[in-house]
Design a protein around this ligand. Sequence first.
Ligand code: FDA
Length: 308
Amino acid sequence: MLRSTLLAASRSRGVRRLVEANPLTKPVVHRFIAGTTPDDAVHAIRSLAAQGMYVTLDHLGEDTLDAAQATTTVRAYQRMLRTLSETGLTDRAEVSVKLSAVGQFLPTDGEKIALDNARLICEAAAQAGTTVTLDMEDHTTTDSTLGILRDLRVDFPWVGAVLQAYLHRTEQDCRDLATEGSRVRLCKGAYSEPASVAFQDKGEVDRSYVRCLKALMNGSGHPMVATHDPRMIAIATDLAARAGRSPDSFEYQMLYGIRPEEQKRIAAEGGRLRVYVAYGDEWYGYFMRRLAERPANLAFFLRSLITQ
Ligand code: FDA
């Protein structure tokens, strides 16, 4: 109930104005978001790299219905990728892209515009010497995103995508994508989805996550285990060992600011750990999804508003 209210609020312009206008929001937001500028992102990458970790960078933004805004987002990624190259950080950092931020929802030719824009970002990544992963949004976009992934991989076979274990379809998608060179970031799923397409019970989502992990670990692609759940992490470690995988043939991935001690532990023990670092001004939707994932975050947020 609380989760779906927060996810509904993440799409409300009224609540967005209220939250953004409150100066006391900022310190809490900074727990999850590295800052607003490319320099802030570089600072976060350097600090995580010094601890043996890798990064995927998300230039915050989603759901644009404005072609000019989509182009602005593409330019921001191109600039960021140039910065990564100039600062020698491409061996540590790649980028993650939401297709809705580069035009997928535009009423005319949205899918084609998103594909063309994603291609520009992939070209910049190829020049810089790094990779791109496509984020996954709500279930109405899954077919479109996987279609764009297929098209991009013809020229850029290293493009990866996120799959969400809460969707009924995902176990089959994992089997289809568990092929040579294929990078799949498996997460549980962060949107509010109907029972017709998604498991509603947490136990069922976890069981689906394990089935998906099995498909990915036993395949020949590069699984990216995106979860903070200690049980899922332990199962992934076990499945990777049983499949005879070397530590660099798969990754653990977590969000910036969530379970940082566990992130350090995995990296210190020789696991490949990548942190999803979000930066930029458009932090509202991302921040609200982080609150929805954990009621304690909401309590922390409300307490900080009261006590500051
Ligand atoms: P679960 O929610 O069961 O949490 C397990 C434990 O982790 C909790 O008990 C708590 O200790 C900790 N935890 C989890 N969330 C927390 C939070 N917000 N704050 C503090 N502690 C928290 N989703 C999506 O739909 N599309 C996408 O493209 C992505 N991309 C993505 C990339 C990466 C690298 C990660 C790690 C996650 C995503 N997600 C995502 C989000 C994902 O779907 C999911 O909502 C969160 O990861 C939370 O689920 P867990 O697997 O961590 O388990």
